[in-house]
Ligand binder design. Structure first.
Ligand SMILES: NC(=O)c1ncn([C@@H]2O[C@H](COP(=O)(O)O)[C@@H](O)[C@H]2O)c1NC=O
Length: 518
């Protein structure tokens, strides 16, 4: 016996008219009566299709500039009647209400209106009320009603109409999609509304915050092979919306490392490359061009660059691609690739090649970190005009840096932000030459940076992501031959650290800003 529920009457009310006429034709061909609102009905009628205007069903005119069209018991009783109950059928008959077996609706474009910069009143008008009511009613009553909320679903609906109706499983899936659709819509409205409240504090951290994501892909596994994982997207640009041009599927760890690499490369205006392993840079550099930047980043720690994730903030040239092709690389992400560069990289079977938006101006104003039982929300960490600009730094010890040293300090300070705390980064000539990352005390980070510099600490500059609590860390850097240090300052023992630099004739600057990265 077929599990298909035949469709005899459909309510059609769509903002987006994509595919509407084709769906209407299929409905008519299947003998379905179409009841429809204002411009939806006009579109169908213009295509020569028979349509019953919704007013003929409600006996009430569309009014209040469209605020009330389908909000009527003749519509909602028709959608919500439980067709398995004789009592409901009987009541419909008594009330003169005809049931619907299909609802086709897509909502007013609220988020798009907000994104267009429209004013408060225009945004309010684009909050759809009747549409979500119909969608939720139809989704609740999916046992008898098929609900379509997206023109992308019309193809399968047309096939179902031709096959004699929709199946229970199909209606359940469509109902789940419908509830997800109205939930996302309501979260967008609530989130926007919170930001409209006059209380200043409410604009960033209101009483409510919400976001919804849609699944883009199942991943092979998570951080480890016994963990399942998936990628969800929020529709904004960024890494999650990147286009993969070549290579195996992206893994969970590929995504986290590529995100760290992209963030690091985007911190620079000059051509810059970051090479990431386990969320930390093993190389980061700026250069005269992108190939130069890559060569310098790779030279920082060519051993660790094996199996790394590379981000470039400029188009990848053939010259850079030749260099990358010599090293086993998991992922490369860039805004674009020269045709020849792509050809060179594609010769490597395993490299994943991604094109992503690499525009620093974009990016969310806040970032979320789940903790057990809740989520922390903070303003995203941006560079500060007062503190991150070397012109605002305070000279604490030694001679004022010459232009070349200051440029290296400025580079080291920016690059250090990409290193997990406690972070010490040694740099020379616009390239990291030794990185001490993720240690539980700063003195060990200093030791590690010097050790990994393999003698290149001599004459280099150093940046520390936060203040030195004792003079022991800077002393290690000084003893290794570092010529200048930049750090936020603010320790109660700052004076000891400054004194160590003074004694050694090492330049030290204070930024007064800090960039922890956990
Ligand atoms: N108020 C109502 O009764 C109502 N009923 C349906 N709508 C919406 O009106 C739109 C379609 O209207 P039209 O067919 O006039 O273009 C759809 O996006 C639908 O979700 C309504 N509009 C907003 O709330």
């Amino acid at each position: 016996m077929s599990d298909r529920t035949p469709i005899t009457r459909a309510l059609v009310s769509t903002y987006d008219k994509t595919g509407l006429v084709e769906l209407g034709q299929a409905l008519v061909a299947a003998g379905v009566e179409i009841v429809s609102t204002g411009s939806t009905a006009a579109t169908l009628a213009d295509a020569g299709l028979p349509v019953t205007p919704v007013e003929d069903v409600t006996g009430f005119p569309e009014c209040l500039d469209g605020r009330v069209k389908t909000l009527h018991p003749h519509i909602h009783a028709g959608i919500l009647a439980n067709r398995s109950l004789d009592a409901h059928d009987q009541q419909l008959a008594e009330l003169g209400v005809k049931p619907f077996e299909m609802v086709v609706t897509n909502l007013y474009p609220f988020s798009e209106t907000v994104a267009s910069g429209a004013g408060f009143d225009d945004c309010i008008e684009k909050i759809d009320i009747g549409g979500p009511s119909m969608v939720r009613a139809a989704a609740k009553n999916h046992a008898s009603v098929t609900v379509l909320t997206d023109p992308a679903q019309y193809g399968e609906a047309i096939e179902a109409l031709q096959a004699g109706g929709t199946t229970t499983a199909q209606r359940r899936r469509l109902a789940a999609q419908a509830f997800a659709h109205t939930a996302a819509y309501d979260v967008a409205v609530a989130d926007w509304f919170q930001g409209q409240l006059e209380d200043d504090a409410a604009s960033l951290f209101g009483e409510f915050t919400g976001a919804t994501w849609t699944k883009a892909a199942d991943l092979r596994y998570g951080e480890n092979s016994h963990q399942a994982a998936a990628l969800y997207v929020d529709g904004s640009i960024g890494l999650a919306g990147a286009q993969q041009l070549h290579g195996k599927e992206m893994s969970y760890n590929n995504y986290t490392d590529t995100d760290a690499a992209r963030r690091a490369a985007l911190d620079f205006d000059e051509p810059a490359v970051a090479i990431i392993k386990h969320a930390n840079p093993c190389g980061i550099a700026v250069g005269t061009d992108i190939a130069d930047a890559h060569a310098k980043a790779h030279a920082c720690d060519s051993t660790s660059a094996f199996g790394g994730v590379i981000a470039a903030n400029r188009e990848v040239t053939a010259a850079m691609a030749e260099q990358v092709a010599e090293v086993f690389t998991e992922v490369i992400v860039a805004p674009s690739y020269q045709a020849e560069a792509l050809e060179i990289l594609q010769r490597k079977k395993n490299i994943r090649i991604l094109v992503a938006d690499m525009n620093r101006a974009e990016g969310p104003a806040t970032e979320l970190k789940p903790i057990s039982g809740g989520v922390l929300v903070q303003e995203a960490d941006h560079f500060q005009a007062d503190g991150d600009d070397p012109a605002t730094w305070e000279l604490l010890a030694g001679e004022a840096a010459d232009a070349e040293t200051l440029a290296d300090l400025a580079f080291a300070w920016r690059a250090c932000r990409a290193v997990k705390s406690n972070a010490i980064l040694l740099a020379n000539g616009g390239a990291a030459v030794g990185i001490g990352m993720g240690q539980v005390n700063r003195v060990d980070s200093c030791r590690l940076a010097v050790e990994r510099s393999d003698g290149r600490a001599q004459g280099a500059v150093a940046a520390s992501d936060a203040f030195f609590p004792f003079a022991d860390g800077p002393q290690i850097l000084i003893d290794a031959g570092v010529r200048a240090i930049v750090q936020p300052g603010g320790s109660i023992r700052d004076e000891e650290t400054i004194e160590a630099c003074r004694k050694a004739g090492v330049t030290m600057y204070r930024t007064r800003t800090r960039h922890f990265f956990h």
